[in-house]
Design a protein around this ligand. Structure first.
Ligand SMILES: Nc1nc2c(c(=O)[nH]1)N[C@H]1C(S)=C(S)[C@@H](COP(=O)(O)OP(=O)(O)OC[C@H]3O[C@@H](n4cnc5c(=O)[nH]c(N)nc54)[C@H](O)[C@@H]3O)O[C@H]1N2
Ligand SMILES: Nc1nc2c(c(=O)[nH]1)N[C@H]1C(S)=C(S)[C@@H](COP(=O)(O)OP(=O)(O)OC[C@H]3O[C@@H](n4cnc5c(=O)[nH]c(N)nc54)[C@H](O)[C@@H]3O)O[C@H]1N2
Ligand SMILES: [Mo]
Length: 767
């Protein structure tokens, strides 16, 4: 008999068909008009092949604990231990580091997407446990957005505009005449939503926008950042130069005297400084179309015409998160705000600026108004943190200062790293630099269902079960569905649900009651669901089904709105609805940044050359690397599932480049190529296509890192052996992955199949 099991992942809801304890099929969620193909890859989780199946400890660490030879990480064999032993070892280690060095020496800031379940949420639960025993060093912001929220908190008073609370896509579909898309607006990325998603709606909004006849100008190095079938003018901009285009447009408008002086006076502060910069009175350079054209590689006359159109029509700027994942990313977001302020349409339906449309499926979608389900991490006993992408800097520079949001703080002396639900050997930049820093901590614990590159480089590996093997629920503040995640199969090997793992450690640490609060798995799931349900009833008079009905149906709808115009109230009455900024207004000239005087984050939206960009290429043979999100998987998850494998060729990730570049470099479609720079090298299969701008090469993230040979050539195609590990600026300290120049050449040597080599490495480590 086939059992139908409702379940959910970050890429959407689905029904698992289960027979005799194994998954025999996957059906999309009936209410989803545009389901993600990745749902069919989840069967891969049920295969033991690349799973961690038992608790393991590296031989050298088991012998010598904190005095082990750490160069054994990733090379030395693992030894099997039982659960009691391993949780005891971990409890001892937490106690030792806490007593000898203090809890700031425990890095629990472990970043990563884990699975979408809100209860077994691996990193929240880790923090919950550590907060009961004195705390840990945390992280702030995300790899997704860091420069962005830092500058928006400063200039708009909060990060709503980039966190799903800008104007809804429905209002854009209804009112916008000119839509400027910077970066992407595509189901490729909108497939995913942190915490799951019910219906995928981005394509239907694009269809609506198209039907109404809005003019779309698409500004991106990649044509298919807008899906085929969405009519748009494609402006293939040089990567990392959008700030110059935005400022050129704004300057052109100011030059024509068509800027909204009333809006600037009523709703912004420091606009005199901004206008002075645009007019060139501060630096002698007028920012206009003629100035922006050679920087961006776009046509001067087109920029002039667009600047007029923006003033003449209801205009909306859509800015992808990717634009701030680059050196000086703060200023790409700020310049967009500056341009929108000059246009003066902020707060009008279909006008203004919003960040992250399409970056996740819930951004701009009907906004959940109730409190989403989330596990409490309890109170933090200590206040130690790093900006999330400064992990390597932290490990290399204990005791050294760093700046963040205008404050100066100190990196802790990290002795113990506990990583769960994330894969830094996928997500961090300059992986060879991370590998050097990885030698520093005395102990590294990794908890993951899969034997990732990070797990291989741990001292202790804990087998977490996947969401398929336990009950949970999905939901988040951006999407208006709560989704049931029923257990489909038994845990593989000796793996355990995350909650059970921490519970066992908490027991050894003497804090189990505080950790569980006496609730079981199903108690917690009902408790979290009822928090959302009660909140919906109390604040919105909205009746959600009772828990049993929800659990049986598999989903429940939350109160939501698709009619939201960002800053509408503020626009009407800026005094009454003052923003939480230094002036109470939208900041275009910042007194704080003026005082701080950072050379890489000036006090008004400013174009600065990034460390690496086409304007600095040593020769025409150097290309700008865009390492964007993979279409067929979520980051490194389900890398070996069918949706991911379908986009590989010859067993490797594909790197897309323009036919003219391919010809100049002697590269043929389908050929193995080597991408390299001073930081590292990797292989990929060349895909020659004119959908990418000349001078740009695109290699998606997420291939399973597999360095080989003396020089560490990565044979899987992981772009993070190439990317720069620098902060976006001293102010935001964000990830700058999209800033990167590479050299590319046909690969002459022979290279093994990446997956076979990956499996062989695993077999050796666990022999
Ligand atoms: N070059 C470049 N690099 C980038 C980016 C880029 O644009 N360019 N983007 C960055 C961005 S935006 C992000 S968000 C990061 C993503 O980086 P990560 O979030 O680290 O990537 P994932 O592959 O999703 O890692 C999640 C891990 O959780 C594990 N996991 C899944 N389910 C469970 C579970 O139930 N329990 C436990 N304990 N573990 C589980 C998975 O097996 C996987 O190893 O990458 C960043 N890196
Ligand atoms: N299928 C799938 N979906 C995902 C993810 C995934 O791993 N897989 N990851 C999710 C996560 S964690 C996040 S944070 C979001 C990220 O969402 P985004 O940041 O929007 O996604 P990216 O793919 O990094 O970048 C989108 C596009 O921006 C363009 N771009 C890059 N640099 C520039 C630039 O300087 N100027 C301009 N104009 N364009 C530029 C690139 O062509 C790229 O294709 O995606 C989410 N969605
Ligand atoms: Mo992200």
């Amino acid at each position: 008999m086939i059992k139908r099991v409702p379940h959910c992942s970050h890429w959407g809801a689905y029904t698992l068909l289960v027979e005799d304890g194994s998954i025999v099929g996957v059906e999309p969620f009936a209410l989803d008009p545009d389901p993600s193909p990745i749902i069919h890859s989840v069967k891969e989780w049920a295969s033991p092949r690349r799973r961690v199946l038992k608790p393991l400890v590296r031989k050298g660490w088991l012998d010598k604990r904190e005095n082990s030879d750490r160069s054994g990480r990733g090379r030395e064999r693992f030894v099997e231990v039982d659960w009691d032993t391993v949780t005891g070892l971990i409890a001892d280690e937490i106690r030792r580091v806490s007593a000898q060095f203090g809890n700031a020496s425990i890095f629990g800031g472990s970043y990563g997407w884990t699975n979408c379940g809100r209860f077994h949420h691996a990193s929240s639960l880790l923090r919950r446990m550590l907060n009961l025993v004195g705390g840990y060093t945390a992280h702030v912001d995300t790899y997704s957005v860091a420069a962005g929220p830092v500058i928006l908190r400063h200039t708009l008073g909060n990060e709503d505009a980039c966190n799903g609370k800008a104007s809804s896509l429905e209002t854009i579909a209804q009112h916008t005449d000119t839509l400027l898309v910077f970066g992407a607006l595509t189901p490729r990325t909108a497939q995913s939503e942190a915490g799951g998603i019910g219906p995928h709606l981005v394509q239907s909004y694009l269809d609506k926008i198209t039907r109404r006849g809005a003019k779309i100008i698409h500004i991106s190095p990649l044509r298919d950042d807008l899906p085929e079938g969405t009519p748009a003018d494609w402006w293939p901009i040089r990567p990392n130069t959008d700030t110059a285009l935005m400022l050129g447009l704004a300057g052109e408008i100011v030059k024509a005297g068509r800027h909204d002086t009333d809006f600037l006076a009523r709703c912004t502060s420091g606009s005199d400084k901004f206008l002075a910069y645009l007019k060139g009175s501060s630096d002698g350079v007028v920012k206009d179309a003629a100035w922006a054209a050679p920087i961006t590689g776009l046509e001067r006359q087109q920029i002039v015409e667009l600047s007029r159109r923006l003033v003449d029509t209801r205009s909306m700027l859509s800015v992808s998160w990717s634009l701030q994942r680059a050196h000086h990313g703060e200023h790409a977001f700020w310049a967009a705000l500056g341009l929108a302020a000059v246009l003066g349409q902020i707060g009008l339906p279909g006008g203004g600026v919003g960040y992250g449309y399409g970056s996740l499926g819930g951004v701009g979608a009907p906004m959940n108004l109730s409190k989403p389900p989330a596990m409490s991490q309890l109170n933090k006993p200590i206040d130690s943190f790093i900006p999330v992408a400064r992990i390597t800097d932290m490990l290399l520079n204990p005791g050294q200062p760093f700046t963040y949001q205008g404050e100066t703080r100190t990196y802790p002396d990290t002795r113990l790293v506990y990583w769960t639900g994330g894969n830094p050997y996928h997500h961090h930049q300059d992986l060879n630099r991370l590998a050097r820093a990885w030698m520093r901590p005395e102990t590294i614990i990794v908890q993951d269902p899969m034997f990732t590159a990070t797990a291989r480089r741990a001292d202790i590996v804990l087998p977490a079960s996947t969401s398929l093997e336990r009950n949970d629920l999905a939901g988040n503040w951006r999407s208006n569905y709560v989704l049931a995640m029923h257990k489909a199969i038994e845990p593989l090997g000796q793996s355990r649900p995350d909650f059970e793992i921490y519970k066992a450690i908490a027991e050894q640490l003497g804090v189990v009651d505080g950790f569980t609060e006496g609730r079981s798995e199903m108690d917690w799931i009902a408790y979290l669901y009822n928090q959302t349900r009660d909140d919906a009833a109390a604040r919105h008079g909205f009746e959600m089904p009772d828990f049993e009905t929800f659990w049986q149906t598999g989903h429940a709808v939350c109160p939501s709105t698709d009619q939201h115009t960002y800053l509408a109230k503020y626009r009407e009455d800026p005094q009454q609805h003052a923003l939480k900024t230094e002036s109470g207004k939208i900041v275009l000239g910042s007194q704080t940044l003026d005082r701080l005087g950072y050379d890489d984050c000036p006090a008004t939206p400013t174009w600065m050359e990034p460390v690496e960009w086409l304007g600095k290429a040593a020769s025409p043979r150097q290309l700008h690397l865009i390492s964007h999100q993979p279409a067929g998987r979520l980051h490194s998850q389900l890398e070996t599932g069918p949706a991911s494998l379908a986009l590989k060729r010859n067993g490797r990730e594909q790197a897309r480049l323009h036919p003219a570049d391919a010809q100049a470099l002697g590269i043929l479609d389908g050929q193995t190529i080597r991408l390299w720079n001073a930081r590292g090298a990797c292989l990929a299969t060349a895909q020659v296509a004119d959908s990418v701008r000349q001078g740009v090469i695109v290699l998606p993230t997420g291939a399973w890192f597999l360095p080989t040979g003396e020089d560490g050539l990565d044979i899987s195609g992981n772009p993070n052996v190439l990317t720069v590990d620098i902060p976006t600026s001293k102010f935001g300290q964000g990830c700058a992955a999209h800033t990167c120049l590479v050299n590319v050449e046909p690969y002459q040597g022979s290279a093994p199949d990446a997956m076979q080599a990956y499996d062989a490495e695993l077999a050796e480590l666990t022999a």
